[in-house]
Write a protein that binds this ligand. Structure first.
Ligand code: GN1
Ligand code: MG
Length: 363
């Protein structure tokens, strides 16, 4: 099937004009397709879903479809125009949100929203908006039955399971690397009890499951080019049942560090409380009064857990011979693990202060 034929399978009204491949992400292939409708341009983002990462794209599309429609309906009821606030997927004549080509690839299309994204966020107003966008995503979905969603990656944020995989990698020592990283292995062990607390609370059903985004990086929020306000959350492939603390924690881990995720100069790696305040103001401010006490009390713990968990995942991958994460040089995963361990140690020292900030905005 050509891209044009794929587009024609969706019920897009108007005349097909052109298409252009764009670079926005390393998982799925994306194209901007231009249509003409009533003398005006209409743009669509058409994507081919990566089938080696996502085994059941049909189920992922069902998740995305039902979550976005749930949000859209609520917005309409509240008199909010959903046009640029939530992704809208095109449908085929038989009502599906995907087309399967002759090679078994899954394609989808949604109305393109012309907007800005920030790969890194330094400006505190931007950080607050990122927090607000992910917080609002949670707020819209607070009464959505998360258990009805397909789990695209089982145990994704089950920190205890991540430790199991880590100990397995240490035991197997496939690349003879264990001796070299004895200090890092020990650091991971030292974090284990506290880092796993959140997963255990979830397992014992002491914290409610919600719909979580699971990739809460700043560049998954789109911004209005003029007002500089957040419009919507994108990249919904990993929408799954999870804890609100996972989304908040992963966002803070990524956005509030003073260094890149793989910074080799560990002196530079510290957790920035001003950025954290801005993120918390946006995120927690949006969810004020809507979380259970235990959820509220574990938000900063989520930041610590997500950081330790990623350190453990990077170190595991290093020990396994760099088979999961894409690396750009030998030892890249080790640098990433060291960086996240350094960040986690700093977060640990600041946990009390961080929870004080959460309380300020949540209660
Ligand atoms: C992976 O591919 P990307 O950058 O969206 C990983 C996340 C990690 C992140 C660390 C499905 O996300 O969990 O936080 O790398 N996603 C998956 O850079 O494993
Ligand atoms: Mg992603």
């Amino acid at each position: 099937m050509t891209l044009r034929e794929i587009c024609e399978s969706f019920n897009i009204v108007g005349k097909y004009r052109s298409c252009e491949q764009i670079n926005n992400g390393i998982i799925n292939k994306s194209y901007i397709v231009l249509y003409e409708r009533d003398g005006e341009e209409a743009k669509y983002l058409v994507q081919c879903v990566n089938k080696s990462v996502f085994k059941r794209p049909d189920k992922i599309m069902k998740n995305i479809e039902s979550v976005t429609e749930f949000i859209r309906d609520k917005m309409i009821k509240k008199g909010i125009d959903p046009e640029r606030r939530v992704l809208k997927y095109a449908k085929t004549a038989d009502g599906k949100s995907y087309v399967v080509d002759e090679d078994g690839n899954y394609w989808r299309a949604y109305g393109f929203i012309d907007a800005d994204v920030y790969n890194e966020a330094e400006d505190e107003d931007v950080i607050e908006e990122v927090g607000k966008a992910f917080g609002e995503f949670q707020r819209w979905l607070i009464d959505y039955d998360a258990s009805s969603l397909y789990v695209s990656i089982p145990n994704f944020h089950n920190t205890c399971r991540r430790y199991d995989a880590f100990y397995e990698a240490v035991m197997v020592d496939a690349e003879d690397r264990v001796d070299k990283v004895a200090a890092e292995i020990e650091a991971c062990r030292a974090h284990e009890t506290l880092a796993c607390k959140l997963s255990l609370l979830a397992q014992n059903k002491e914290i409610p499951l919600h719909v979580t985004h699971n990739d809460t990086k700043s560049n998954n929020v789109i911004f209005d080019k003029e007002t500089k306000k957040a419009l919507a959350v994108i990249d919904l492939d990993t929408v799954m049942p999870g804890l609100i603390a996972y989304d908040f924690g992963d966002a803070a881990r990524f956005i509030c560090s003073n260094a890149a995720e793989d910074e080799p100069d560990l002196e530079k790696v510290t957790f920035n409380l001003d950025k954290y305040r801005a993120l918390t103001k946006g995120f927690a401010g949006t969810l004020k009064g809507r979380l259970t006490n235990i959820e509220a009390d574990t938000l900063s713990l989520g930041v610590y857990s997500m950081t330790v968990e990623l350190a453990v995942r990077f170190l595991t991958d290093y020990l396994n011979g760099d088979v999961y994460f894409t690396t750009h040089y030998p030892g890249h995963n080790l640098d990433r693990a060291r960086c996240q361990l350094t960040l986690a140690a700093d977060i640990y020292k600041k946990l009390e202060e961080m929870q004080k900030i959460v309380r300020e905005y949540l209660y």
